[in-house]
Design a protein around this ligand. Structure first.
Ligand code: G1P
Ligand code: ZN
Length: 540
């Protein structure tokens, strides 16, 4: 039946679909209007398959029931839903591809907190398993501005906990095991025997699932298939509020794991993943590996894993990610792509066979096995490399720096600042970009400055205003951009990096090595003046 709704003028989806507080999604008709706007923007869904799943956060089950009823009323022929409403983002991406589905709805607000007053999110992925491209998200947004009704079938809630095939509203509903297909895919990519032998030989692996979606995946893959000690798999039961924590695998929110890895009884390898399982944190005994470095190191050694034994077609990274991977691509003689922030930009490159591995500084790494970043995939590739090379994480990192130089890297986030002030800061800096080359800032000299535009080499589309870049003589770089995923006010992200070829200087503290770049950020953007903040909210 058709029900009336009013348009929601504020629901511009960001880089990862629509994210709002739970009470916003609970407002009558809000969730329905957004889902209908997605369905209205798709062509040819009649009789097709839709995948639905989420990260298990608060409100996940309710929205899944609504989405199933709406899929039936909108003409889908089949829905595949993860048991318990669970599907990690990479597992959903895989299932869409494997089942040749038309697309999928992924319910998550990624690494943001969950609970009755916390965050929720809905995003749509297309048939290649990847996030909707900009053309489609623009169409969805346009539709939200005019939508006046939605279609919903009337049948009882489905039992999401029972695996099986059901019929309702003229549609088939399959409740599927969310883990097995994904775990099997991982076994095709990595040498599980080698990893099992490594673990059996006493190599201790710790994993923090942060009470989020990767718990069941880690139990099956790490513990059951690879023999990892279950006592070192922490927070493996998904909770609707993630135990009251942020399921964000960084040094702030995964501090317990970090402390363990820096402590006297540290395991050999530590990792964590986020709310929906697409991000990764990698920590060796006594050493944190930055995501930008991890991308470069995984790319350099990927050929050691069976799934990548023929080498890489290319590497892609988001623009704010450090240039460490570029040096690997140059050495391997493969293409290097620099894309705007957000996984959706990698999709075309992966589909066209222009890259095999891609990554973002925000703890996302992945490959052409799915069309999303994949937290456990990164963990397994690291373990495969460690099993083959028989070195510690520390030694692999130091080896890499010795070969390629070290790229010091840090990101400063100013969260929940006033939107108008954030926009004014960016506008003021943007105006000055043209006058910056040759300009001296402390000990640094500006070489080049621009606003990043991306020309997609596959479909020719252009994405402008993707961040302000300031390059300094000698290889340092500063990037400023506003987050597209925050849920209150604006978040300013400042990305700093500096390449240090000299191995005798690779032991400097990151913030010491970056001090001139950090000072230049304040001098050029006047962050204090615009935001009223003396210090960033989060430093990673
Ligand atoms: C952030 C990250 C970005 C990532 C996105 C979705 O977006 O910076 O790399 O793709 O979350 O996980 P931002 O808030 O910076 O727009
Ligand atoms: Zn995520």
């Amino acid at each position: 039946m058709n029900r009336t709704v009013s348009p929601f003028p504020d629901q511009k989806p960001g880089t990862s679909g629509l994210r709002k507080k739970v009470p916003v999604f609970q407002a009558p008709g809000y969730t329905e209007a957004f889902i209908q706007s997605i369905f209205d923007s798709l062509e040819g869904i009649e009789g097709e398959t839709l995948v639905i799943g989420g990260d298990g956060r608060f409100y996940n089950r309710e929205v899944i029931q609504t989405a199933i009823r709406m899929a039936a009323a909108n003409g889908f022929g089949r829905v595949l839903v993860g048991q318990g409403g669970i599907l990690s983002t990479p597992a959903a991406s895989h299932l869409i591809r494997k089942a040749k589905a038309f697309g999928g709805l992924i319910l998550s607000a990624s690494h943001n907190p969950g609970g009755p007053t916390e965050d929720f999110g809905i995003k749509y992925n297309i048939s290649n398993g990847g996030p909707a491209p900009e053309k489609l998200t623009d169409a969805i947004y346009a539709r939200t501005q005019t939508i006046d009704h939605y279609k919903i079938a009337e049948f009882d809630d489905m039992d999401l906990d029972r695996i099986g095939v059901f019929e309702a509203g003229g549609m088939t509903i399959e409740v599927v095991d969310p883990v097995t297909d994904y775990a099997d895919l991982m076994e095709t990519l990595f040498d599980f025997d080698a990893i099992r032998t490594l673990v059996a030989g006493g190599f201790r692996v710790a994993f923090d699932a942060m009470h989020a979606v990767t718990g069941p995946y880690a139990r099956e893959i790490l513990v059951r298939r690879l023999g990892v000690d279950p006592a070192l798999v922490f927070n493996a039961t998904p909770l609707e509020d993630f135990g009251g924590h942020h399921p964000d695998p960084n040094l702030v929110h995964a501090k317990a794991l970090y402390d363990l890895m820096m402590g006297p009884d540290a395991p050999d390898f530590g990792a964590a993943s986020d709310g929906d399982g697409d991000r990764n944190l990698i920590i060796g005994r006594g050493i944190f590996v930055t995501p930008s470095d991890s991308l470069a190191m995984l790319a350099a050694d990927a050929h050691l894993a069976p799934g990548y034994k023929d080498g890489l077609k290319g590497i892609a990274r988001s623009m704010p990610t450090s240039g460490a991977a570029d040096r690997v691509a140059a050495k391997l003689g493969v293409e290097m792509h620099e894309t705007p922030t957000g996984w959706k930009f990698f999709g075309n490159l992966l589909d066209a066979g222009r890259c095999t591995i891609c990554g973002e500084e925000s703890a996302g790494t992945g490959s052409d096995h799915v069309r999303e970043k994949d937290g456990l995939w990164a963990v397994l590739l690291w373990l495969n490399i460690l099993a083959v090379r028989q070195l510690s994480v520390m030694d692999i990192v130091r080896d890499h720096w010795a070969d390629y130089g070290r790229t010091y890297y840090s990101r400063h986030d100013y969260e929940a600042i006033e939107t108008a002030a954030a926009n004014a800061l960016v506008a003021a800096l943007e105006q000055r970009l043209g006058s910056l080359p040759g300009h001296q800032v402390g000990s640094l000299t500006v070489e080049k400055a621009d606003s990043f535009s991306y020309h997609d080499p596959v479909d020719g589309s252009v994405s402008r205003n993707q961040g302000l870049r300031i390059f300094f003589k000698g290889g340092a770089r500063l990037v400023f951009r506003l987050s597209g995923t925050g849920t209150s006010g604006a978040t300013l992200r400042v990305y700093m990096e500096r390449h240090e070829p000299d191995a005798s200087r690779h032991d400097q503290e990151t913030l010491t090595a970056l001090a001139p770049v950090i000072e230049a950020a304040e001098a050029l953007a006047e962050i204090r003046k615009w935001t009223g903040r003396d210090a960033p909210t989060v430093i990673t």
